[in-house]
Design a protein. Structure first.
Length: 206
C-alpha cells in the first residue's frame, strides 16, 4: 500500500453534523489540491452505519470538482457482491463509453486488458491468476491514461459491499497513486458481516 505520507484516513463520528466536520473537509480539500498537481492520495472514510459517511463523501466530491478534478462515483451493493468488477465498472465505464475515440485512446498498450473488465459481456469469463494480474495492471493504466487529460476523483461509497475483484483492483491502484493525479476516496463500515475483510484490510492498510 501507499506509504503513510501518501495515504490519509478520514474518520467520521456518529451523530456529528456535517457542518462541524471542518477538519475533515479541509483534509479532503488539501488532498484534492495535491492530487490535481500529480501526487495521488487515498482518503478512507470509516464509520458505522448512520454516521454520515455518504454525506461526507458527497461533500468531498463537490470540493474535489471545484478544485478541477473529474468525479467518477460508484457504490457497493449488498445484492451485487457476486458481480465481478461491478464497482470498478461503475467507476470507469463513463471514461470509455463517451465516444469511440475516447475508448481507442484510453484502452491502448498496457491498458488494453482493462477492456475485458469494462465490457459486461465478459464478466462471467473472467478468471484469476495471470489473467487477473493483467486486468489489474490494465485498469491501472486505464486510470493513468484518463488522468493525463483531467485529474480524477474515484469515489466509492459503501466499499464494504464491493465485490472482491473490485476491492482487489482498488487496493492495487491505491498502492500506485503517488505518481498519478488521482484522488481515491472510499467510505466503508468496519467489521461489516459478509464483507471481504482481507481485501478491505489490504485497501485500508498504510
Amino acid at each position: 500500500m501507499a506509504p503513510p505520507s501518501q495515504q490519509r484516513r478520514v474518520r467520521t463520528v456518529a451523530g456529528e453534523p456535517l457542518l462541524e466536520r471542518d477538519s475533515q473537509l479541509d483534509e479532503i480539500r488539501a488532498a484534492s489540491l495535491v492530487a490535481a498537481q500529480g501526487a495521488g492520495r487515498c482518503l478512507l472514510i470509516e464509520a458505522p452505519a448512520g454516521a454520515g459517511k455518504s454525506a461526507l463523501l458527497q461533500a468531498g466530491s463537490e470540493i474535489a470538482m471545484r478544485e478541477g478534478l473529474r468525479a467518477l462515483p460508484a457504490r457497493g451493493s449488498e445484492l451485487e457482491t457476486e458481480f465481478a468488477f461491478g464497482v470498478v465498472r461503475q467507476l470507469l465505464e463513463p471514461l470509455v463509453t463517451e465516444d469511440l475515440a475516447a475508448r481507442q485512446r484510453l484502452l491502448v498498450g498496457a491498458a488494453e486488458p482493462a477492456a475485458r473488465v469494462i465490457s459486461p459481456e465478459t464478466a462471467s469469463t473472467m478468471g484469476s491468476g495471470p489473467d487477473m494480474a493483467a486486468m489489474l495492471h490494465g485498469l491501472f493504466w486505464l486510470v493513468s491514461n484518463a488522468a493525463t487529460a483531467t485529474p480524477l476523483l474515484l469515489s466509492v461509497d459503501d466499499a464494504h459491499w464491493s465485490d472482491p475483484s473490485s476491492l482487489r483492483a482498488l487496493a492495487y491502484l491505491a498502492d500506485r497513486l503517488p505518481d498519478l493525479p488521482v484522488l481515491l476516496a472510499v467510505s466503508f463500515r468496519p467489521d461489516e458481516p459478509g464483507a471481504a475483510e482481507p481485501l478491505l484490510d489490504a485497501l485500508t492498510a498504510g
